[in-house]
Unconditional design. Sequence first.
Length: 116
Amino acid sequence: MKDVPAAAGLPAVEAIIAAVRAIPRGQVAGYGEVARRAGLPGRARLAARVLSGNTDTSLPWHRVLRSDGRIAFPEGSQGFREQARRLRGEGVAVANGRVRMPRTVPDLDAEVWGMR
DNA sequence: CTCATGACTAGCT
DNA sequence: TAGCTAGCCATGA
């Protein structure tokens, strides 16, 4: 595992931290999305690295998932269980290692009928 | 510079 | 939905 640059003042890292903090309770976001919001498009892996090195317990890292809505840890690992536990604690449904990602169609009818 | 390693993605089967 | 593959970014040996 590579170490995250200790310099806690790096803009990129801070931006990512801020982006993660910005995720509302009970909601989730992908690594790529977080990176993009931090002004770092295409740096999904950087976001992952930052989280892996993060130690701040107040950081809602558990709200960050992979693009397919799955937890980024290997199933059964401690990190995996911890993340799943925290998510459920916020009312997020976690089934078989994956989370219901906010599909563009929370309501199929509205989408089909062009209502919104 | 090249190679290896990730809490990653997107595309194809 | 599940597997595989190739591409990407950043870091360290």
